[in-house]
Design a protein around this ligand. Structure first.
Ligand SMILES: Nc1ncnc2c1ncn2[C@@H]1O[C@H](COP(=O)(O)OP(=O)(O)OP(=O)(O)O)[C@@H](O)[C@H]1O
Length: 771
C-alpha cells in the first residue's frame, strides 16, 4: 500500500526589524489539525505582487502561523510518526525552506523551546518505557536504541559523532538489496534521553555553521540525525527495527541577500545544487519518469528511501515572512506542492535470526497501543502485502523469508509468503551480515585481490628477468661468434694468400708451418674466448651461422653464374650506377681489344657492355660498326685514347689501392680463381665493388675532360651541323638541352667517330686480364 508524503507549513515570526507587510498569510483549519488527517484544508496564501487582487493559495495538511509552538507541531504531526518507529517502519521528517526561515529552530529548537529532534527522542524513550511496561516478556534491554548523526557538506558526507579532525569523507554505498547506506558511519547506543543529549550537543558543535547577513548561525550543511529502535524477541530469535531520520536541510540561498564571501559562495553553490537535484528528483517522481536522478547528489542519494521509497515521510515547509522572501517562499511552496504527490511504499523491517523454520513474531500485548492493529494509524497494513518493496529480493533470500500476517486477537500465524522485502537491522547490511561482518568480508576480498595482483606483478617481474637474461646470453653468444668468425676469416684469408703463394714459391710444408705459427699466435685469443663462453651455448648460434653461410654461399654462386652467363642477368642484380660502371668497364676492355686488332673479342665485350647500358645509342652504333668490320674482314680504326689529367696525391693513393683490387676482381672471372668458398667469394665481391669505385673515379676524370678545349670544339661542330638541319629556334633549343643532359656516358673526346670512350688505364689492365 502506498502512502503520500505528508506536508505541513510553518511561518516563522518576524525577526528584529522585519516589516509587517502581510505578504504571507496562514489560514488554519482547526479540524484538520485536530484530526491529523491529510485533508489539506489549511492553506498558505500569498498575494500576487503584480496583481494584489490575486492571491496564491497553497493547501497542506497543516499550516502553522507565527504563533505556533514547537509542542503544537510535534504533537499534531510528529508524534504519530514516532509511533510508527515501533511498528518497524522507517520514517523521514525533513525541514525545507529558504535560509533563515526557521528550519533549525523547528528541528532542533532551543533549550527553552526544544524542537522536533529532542522531542522525538524523548517520545521514543517514553514509548519504550510504555512498551516494556505493557509486555511481560520484554525487558528494557530487549529494545535497543542507537543513533547516528551526519552532515552533507559540499556534497561530502561527514560523521558528526567523531571529531572533525578525525572525520574522513564517508562513502555512500548500496547493499545487495538496493538499500543505500553511508559506510563506516558511527552508530552510538543510547539508553536514555540524557545519553542522547550529551552526544547530540557534542556532535552539533561539529556541524558546519556560518554567519550570513540573513542568519548569524546559518547551517552550511544538510544534517541527518537517525534514531533506530530495535525490539528483540529472544524467545523466537527475531527482531523488529524502526528508524526515524530527522533531516535539517540547509536553506536555499540568494547570494544577493546573504552577502556571501568567496567561501560562503562555494558552500552556497553546493547547497543550492543539492536542493536543485532534490527538486529534480521530486519532479521526476511526480511525472513518473523512468530515471530518477537520485545519484546526482549525495543528499538525494541518502534520502532516496524517503523519496519514492519505503519510508513514511513528513515534509515541514518553513517560511519566512516579508516581501523580501516572497519569491523564495513561492519556490518553497511550489516544491512542497510537487512533493505531496510523491507516493512511498512503507514496509515493516523485520528480521528472523533463526537458521531454519521461523515461528511468528511474538504478539506484543501493547501492540494496539502503537496505534496499529491489522492496519496502522495511517492505514498502513502490517501484512505481507504491505511489505512489498520496490527492491527485488534475491530468490535465495525469498525462499527463506517468512512473513507475518496479522490475525487479530489470536496473534500472528506463520506462513510462507511470496518474496518480501526485509530491511537490514541496525548495524546490519542484509539478513545475516552485520556491518562489521560486511566490512570484514570486503576486507577479505580486497586482501585477496591485492595478493592476486602482487603475485601477477611478481610473475611479470620474473618473466622480464628471464627475458633480459636470455637476451644477455644471446648477445654474449653473438659477440663470441663474431670473434670466432673474425679469427676464422683471418685464418682463411691468410690460408688463401698462402695457397696462392704456394702455387709459385712456397712449399706445402712451409705453408703448414706458417699456419701453425699463426695459429699459435692467435691461440691465446681463442682460448680466452672459449673460457668465457659456457659450453654448448655457441652450438645453436654456430648452427645458425652455418645456415647463413650456406645461404650466402648459394646467393654468391647464383651471382657468379649470372656473371658467367655473359652478364645477361647481371644488370638485374646491380644498381643503375653499378650497371653504368660495369658498362664502362666492358667498353674499356673492348677498346683495348680493338686496339690490338682482336675485333671479335672487342665485339663480344661491347655486347656485354650493351647489356649493362642498353640505352646507349653510340654504343649500339659502335657494335654495328665493329660487327660490320668483322663480317666484312675490314679493319676498324678506333679513336685515340684520351690523355689523363694529373690527379691529386690523395686520389693517386686511392687509385693505387683500388688498382690492386681491380686486378683481383679480374681474377674472379678467371676460371682458375673460381672457388667454392662462399666467404672467399664474398671478399671477391667486395673487391669488385672497389673496382666499381675506381670506375667512378674514372668517370669523374671523364667529366673533367669533357670540358677540355677539344671536347668543346667537337660539341660546337655537332651543334653547327645540327643548326643547318634544324631551322626553327624551338628545335635548336631542344637539341641543345638534350646535348647538355647527355654527357655522362658519352666520351666527348671522340670527335672523330663520336663513339663511347672510357679510357681507364687501370680498368683496361684489369679487364685485359679478365679477357
Ligand atoms: N518559530 C520561531 N520562533 C522564534 N524564532 C524563530 C522561529 N523560527 C526561526 N526563528 C529564529 O529565526 C532565526 C533563523 O532561524 P533558523 O536558524 O532556524 O533558520 P534556518 O532556516 O535554519 O536558516 P539556515 O538555513 O540559514 O540555517 C533564528 O534566530 C531563530 O531563532
Amino acid at each position: 500500500m502506498s502512502q503520500k508524503i505528508r506536508i505541513i507549513a510553518r511561518l516563522r515570526p518576524r525577526l528584529g526589524t522585519e516589516p509587517d507587510d502581510g505578504c504571507v498569510q496562514v489560514i488554519r483549519n482547526s479540524n484538520a489539525v485536530a484530526s491529523g488527517s491529510n485533508a489539506g484544508t489549511s492553506s498558505i496564501n500569498i498575494v500576487n505582487p503584480r496583481d494584489t487582487s490575486q492571491v496564491f493559495k497553497f493547501q497542506f495538511s497543516n499550516c502553522y502561523d507565527e504563533a505556533s509552538t514547537q509542542e503544537e507541531i510535534f504533537g499534531n504531526d510528529v508524534q504519530p510518526m514516532v509511533d510508527l518507529v515501533y511498528q518497524g517502519m522507517t520514517v523521514t521528517i525533513f525541514a525545507y525552506g529558504v535560509t533563515s526561515s526557521g528550519k533549525t529552530h523547528t528541528m532542533q529548537g532551543s533549550k527553552s523551546a526544544p524542537g522536533v529532534i529532542p522531542r522525538t527522542v524523548q517520545a521514543i524513550f517514553a514509548h519504550r518505557r510504555r512498551l516494556v511496561d505493557a509486555t511481560p516478556t520484554l525487558v528494557p534491554e530487549d529494545i535497543s536504541i542507537n543513533m547516528s548523526y551526519m552532515e552533507i557538506y559540499k556534497d561530502d558526507v561527514y560523521d558528526l559523532l567523531v571529531t572533525r579532525e578525525n572525520a574522513p569523507k564517508l562513502p555512500v554505498r548500496e547493499n545487495e538489496h538496493g538499500k543505500v547506506f553511508v559506510a563506516n558511519l558511527t552508530y552510538e547506543p543510547i539508553s536514555s534521553f540524557s545519553d542522547f543529549e550529551a552526544i547530540y550537543t557534542r556532535a552539533t558543535k561539529h556541524r558546519s555553521v556560518g554567519s550570513t547577513n540573513l542568519n548569524h548561525a546559518s547551517s552550511r550543511s544538510h544534517a541527518i540525525l537517525t534514531i533506530r529502535a530495535t525490539i528483540f524477541d529472544r524467545t523466537h530469535n527475531r527482531s523488529l527495527t524502526g528508524t526515524i531520520n530527522l533531516v535539517d536541510l540547509a536553506g536555499s540561498e540568494n547570494n544577493k541577500l546573504t552577502g556571501n564571501d568567496a567561501s560562503r559562495m562555494a558552500e552556497s553553490a553546493a547547497i543550492n545544487k543539492s536542493l536543485s537535484v532534490l527538486g529534480q528528483v521530486v519532479h521526476a517522481l511526480n511525472s513518473n519518469q523512468t530515471r530518477i536522478p537520485y545519484r546526482n547528489s549525495k543528499l538525494t542519494r541518502i534520502l532516496q528511501d524517503a523519496l519514492g521509497g519505503s519510508s513514511v515521510g513528513l515534509l515541514i515547509c518553513n517560511l519566512a515572512p516579508g516581501a523580501k522572501f516572497r519569491q523564495d517562499t513561492l519556490n518553497t511552496l511550489n516544491f512542497a506542492v510537487r512533493t505531496k504527490n510523491i507516493e512511498n511504499k512503507p514496509v515493516v523491517n523485520e528480521q528472523d535470526h533463526r537458521q531454519v523454520s521461523k515461528p511468528p513474531f511474538p504478539t506484543i500485548p501493547s501492540s494496539a497501543a502503537f496505534g496499529f492493529g491489522a492496519a496502522g494509524p495511517s492505514g498502513l497494513p502490517r501484512t505481507g502485502a504491505a511489505r512489498q518493496s520496490l527492491v527485488p529480493v534475491p530468490r535465495k533470500q525469498a525462499r527463506a523469508s517468512v512473513s507475518v500476517v496479522a490475525t487479530g486477537a489470536q496473534g500472528f500465524q506463520p506462513m510462507v509468503m511470496p518474496p518480501v522485502k526485509q530491511e537490514p537491522a541496525p548495524g546490519t547490511m542484509g539478513l545475516t551480515l552485520t556491518e562489521v561482518e560486511f566490512e570484514q568480508k570486503v576486507a577479505k576480498v580486497v586482501e585477496a585481490e591485492v595478493n592476486r595482483r602482487m603475485e601477477e606483478l611478481e610473475r611479470q617481474r620474473q618473466a622480464e628477468e628471464a627475458r633480459a637474461r636470455l637476451s644477455m646470453e644471446r648477445e654474449l653468444a653473438l659477440r663470441a661468434t663474431e670473434a670466432v668468425n673474425r679469427a676464422s676469416f683471418s685464418d682463411h684469408g691468410d690460408d688463401c694468400d698462402d695457397r696462392e703463394r704456394s702455387g709459385s714459391v712456397a712449399s706445402e710444408k712451409e705453408n703448414r708451418r706458417h699456419r701453425q705459427a699463426k695459429s699459435k699466435s692467435k691461440s691465446p685469443r681463442k682460448e680466452s674466448i672459449s673460457l668465457s663462453i659456457p659450453a654448448g651455448i655457441l652450438t645453436p648460434v654456430l648452427k645458425r651461422h652455418k645456415e647463413l653461410d650456406s645461404e650466402v654461399r648459394s646467393k654468391l654462386q647464383e651471382l657468379e653464374q649470372k656473371f658467367d652467363r655473359g652478364g645477361k642477368d647481371a644488370p638485374d642484380v646491380l644498381s643503375p650506377v653499378s650497371k653504368k660502371k660495369m658498362g664502362r668497364a666492358y667498353v674499356a676492355a673492348a677498346r683495348s681489344c680493338s686496339e690490338k686488332g682482336d675485333l671479335q673479342a672487342a665485339l663480344d665485350l661491347y655486347r656485354k657492355a650493351e647489356s649493362f647500358v642498353p640505352d646507349n645509342i653510340k654504343l649500339k652504333e659502335r657494335i654495328i660498326e665493329i660487327d660490320w668490320a668483322v663480317k666484312n674482314s675490314r679493319p676498324f680504326i678506333p679513336s685515340p685514347k684520351p690523355k689523363k689529367k694529373s690527379r691529386s696525391k690523395a686520389k693517386s693513393k686511392r687509385h693505387e689501392s683500388v688498382e690492386g683490387a681491380s686486378d683481383q676482381a679480374m681474377e674472379m672471372d678467371h676460371p682458375e680463381a673460381t672457388t667454392d668458398e662462399g666467404r672467399h667469394r664474398r671478399r671477391r665481391v667486395e673487391q669488385l665493388k672497389c673496382q666499381e669505385e675506381e670506375m667512378d673515379v674514372e668517370t669523374e676524370l671523364l667529366h673533367d675532360e669533357r670540358h677540355s678545349k677539344r671536347g668543346r670544339s667537337a660539341d660546337d661542330e655537332r651543334d653547327r651541323e645540327a643548326m643547318e638541319i634544324e631551322k626553327t629556334p624551338a628545335k635548336r633549343l631542344r637539341r641543345s638541352e638534350r646535348r647538355k643532359n647527355a654527357v655522362v656516358v658519352v666520351d666527348s673526346e671522340d670527335d672523330d667517330d663520336d663513339m663511347p670512350r672510357i679510357p681507364t688505364k687501370r680498368g683496361e689492365r684489369g679487364l685485359t686480364a679478365a679477357t
